[in-house]
Design a protein around this ligand. Structure first.
Ligand SMILES: Cc1cc2nc3c(=O)[nH]c(=O)nc-3n(C[C@H](O)[C@H](O)[C@H](O)COP(=O)(O)O)c2cc1C
Length: 331
């Protein structure tokens, strides 16, 4: 099978993490506009794709301005994953990513996501099948291991490299940790320093500032970092990191005008991509983050998350801009 070409990502790419119910096209659009170098879709169930479930199919929507973009799939059965890979192929993303990291019970108990970390031979089998079923470069995102007593990422990395993956992103937690405790990047560093593994190793977990991104780049030697939660409501993080890497100085925080402008773009794209009802509903989870830190914001937040019509929300956003711009002048 002819494999598609190499993706040029620059020196130290910043990746937007796949996040269920978050990393959809509207959110990706604002992250791309603010410096994300490589983005992924939310994870998509291989079984859902095969059944042609509407929800799964909608998640395959990608747009040219998003490139390079990866589509992420998950599943515990190699036949389904092979078929899903063929479906993904037809939508022509730049790469296909396998999720071996999701800790959620309903995924794990089917031997998918991080559940597969307990069954390395099956993990290798699935990966090999996916690699053989698609002409896209295949990448993997996973965790350090199942729990503290079984951190097998070093072996996992070698075995997956041997069956042909083109990059590996490691979230520095075990499945048992879920999102608790600090991410531990020392094993990510070990994988990166394994001379046998000749593919990019991306680090993931807890990057939330330009200083931390640069500190972790220097300390652990990874080829790039993936950012998830810190980008929610704060897509500026990508350009802030780039600016810090280039100049050693910190960009000023976005002004209230910029926050309102980007939040409005996000909302309009959400309504355009879904429809007014669903777009408005799904946008509700983002407002707190866009306006984090603003004093006495509670009433505005309530207005934003209870409004049912686009125009009401746009009016409230305008009001927020005016009121808080005046407050900034007062301070
Ligand atoms: C709301 C949410 C949804 C997520 N969904 C996915 C997913 O679909 N696929 C995946 O590989 N990881 C998923 N993750 C994990 C993130 O990609 C990332 O590994 C994790 O948040 C750690 O990175 P961070 O500290 O930068 O947030 C999700 C995380 C969050 C918070």
């Amino acid at each position: 099978m002819v494999r598609k070409g190499k993706i040029e990502l620059g020196n130290f790419p910043l990746l937007l993490a796949p996040m269920e119910d978050v990393s959809d096209p509207p959110f990706r659009a604002v992250c791309k506009a603010n410096g994300a170098d490589l983005m992924y879709t939310e994870f998509i169930s291989s079984e859902g794709l095969i059944r042609d479930a509407i929800k799964s199919r909608k998640k395959l929507d990608i747009f040219d301005y998003e490139r390079p973009i990866g589509i992420q799939i998950f599943g515990g059965d190699e036949d389904s994953m092979g078929l899903a890979a063929q479906i993904v192929d037809a939508t022509n993303p730049d790469l296909l990513d396998i999720n071996f990291g999701c800790p959620v019970k309903k995924v794990v108990c089917k031997g998918a996501g991080a559940g597969i970390l307990k069954d390395l031979p099956q993990m290798v089998k699935i990966t090999e099948r996916v690699v053989k079923s698609t002409q896209l470069p295949v990448t993997v995102k996973t965790r350090l291991g199942w729990d503290d007593n079984s951190k097998n990422i070093e072996e996992v990395a070698e075995r997956l490299f041997d069956v042909g993956i083109k990059a590996l992103t490691i979230h520095g937690r075990t499945r048992a940790q879920l999102y608790k405790g600090d991410a531990d990047w020392t094993l990510i560093e070990k994988v990166k320093n394994n001379p046998r593994i000749q593919i990019p190793i991306f680090g993931n977990g807890d990057i939330d500032s330009p200083q931390k991104a640069v500190e972790y780049k220097n300390r652990y030697g990874v080829d790039g970092v993936m950012i998830g939660r810190a980008a929610i409501g704060y897509p500026w993080i990508f350009n802030e990191i780039k600016h810090f890497m280039q100049t050693g100085t910190i960009l000023p925080e976005p002004t209230i005008q910029q926050r309102v402008e980007v939040c409005t773009t996000h909302l309009l794209k959400s309504v355009e991509w879904k429809d007014e009802i669903v777009g408005i509903f799904e946008m509700r989870r983002h407002y707190s983050q866009y306006f984090k830190g603003l004093p006495n914001f509670k009433d505005y937040r309530t207005k934003l998350v209870t409004a049912n019509y686009l125009q009401q929300i746009l009016d409230t956003l305008k009001e927020i801009e005016t009121v808080y711009a005046n407050q900034e002048v007062l301070v």
